[in-house]
Design a protein around this ligand. Structure first.
Ligand code: GUN
Length: 295
């Protein structure tokens, strides 16, 4: 058996097209486009690539982008001052501070300074708490994108056994909360989990977000499982170059799973689509309008 390859690029394009339609409608009704501010501190090349894609996608969706690139010598006080300015700027509906931040800056403090209504990353403790208690808030983009792909694949997730590998605040924990919200039976596994293979073997749904190249093997999987691979790991190749691999050994997993996301082209594009989605939703709520339909 060969698993269905879940096309995250196509799913993301569909979400982005809907967002663009809603953004145009918002602009017509309010006289301004939804606005997203991005903040990049320092020179981390991967972060620079991610932020550039987010800025480009913002423009393509017909939204206003406010791009801030700061040197890695920026102090925490200066960054907090910028966040305050963006909080107060009515043209800005969403604020994204790209992580990781330089070591001398406390990212928890920066995240907590963002207006929760503009926290399109969904990282603020208020939004994490809303997600955990089942209240409407803003949901972290990567797990939200994973959920979108899972629902498209499986429909109702109620009663399914789901194993999330990874317990980060960015992916693992919010992913578990989203799956629980869909009435799945959720296990959160992580680097200390004993006999991870045995835990994974019971899962109808596997979400791998550990950051270890090809750690999840094909023979760990229950036949027919749906596998979402959040990993983006750069590994060296024999010819001295490098390639991107996920947290799942794709080829062998595809022999056992019913469906699996590739790396690249799976979860990655969905993260950006959900960021745009969160931005138009934040714009509507801030304008006192009902949440847009179709997202
Ligand atoms: N770094 C890795 N993933 C993310 C993300 O989703 N948002 C932000 N702001 N930084 C990240």
């Amino acid at each position: 058996m060969t698993a269905r390859r879940i096309d995250g690029k196509a799913a993301a394009a569909a979400v982005r097209a809907t967002v663009a339609r809603i953004a145009a409608d918002f602009r017509q009704r309010t006289g301004r486009a939804p606005g997203l501010a991005t903040v990049l501190v320092g020179e981390d090349p991967a972060s620079a690539v991610y932020v550039r894609s987010k800025v480009k996608a913002t423009a393509e969706a017909g939204m206003e982008g406010f791009s801030h690139s700061l040197p890695d010598t920026t102090s925490e006080a200066e960054l907090l001052e910028l966040v305050e300015r963006l909080n107060a700027d009515d043209r800005v509906d969403g604020i994204l501070v790209q992580l990781p931040l330089p070591r001398h800056i406390d990212s928890d403090r920066v995240i907590a300074a963002i207006d929760p209504a503009k926290d399109v990353d969904g990282f603020h403790p208020i939004n994490a708490g809303r997600l955990a208690t089942g209240l409407d808030g803003l949901v972290p983009c990567t797990p939200f994108g994973c959920l979108h792909l899972l629902k498209a694949e499986l429909g109702d997730l109620s009663g399914k056994q789901a194993v999330v590998i990874g317990r980060s605040n960015i992916v693992g924990k919010p992913m578990a909360m989203l799956l629980l919200g869909e009435s799945a039976t959720v296990t959160i596994a992580h680097s200390r989990t004993e006999d991870l293979a045995e835990v994974v073997r019971h899962a109808d749904i596997v979400v791998a977000a550990v950051g270890r190249p090809e750690m999840v093997k094909g023979d760990w999987l229950k036949p027919g499982a749906v596998v979402i691979d959040v990993g983006i790991n750069r590994v060296p190749t024999a010819d001295g170059k490098s390639r991107l691999v996920g947290d799942v050994a794709y080829d062998e997993a595809a022999e056992v799973a019913a469906a699996i996301t590739p790396v690249p082209g799976g979860v990655g594009p969905m993260t950006i689509a959900m960021l745009l989605r969160n931005t138009v939703v934040a714009a509507h709520r801030r304008a006192g309008m009902a949440d847009p339909e179709g997202l």
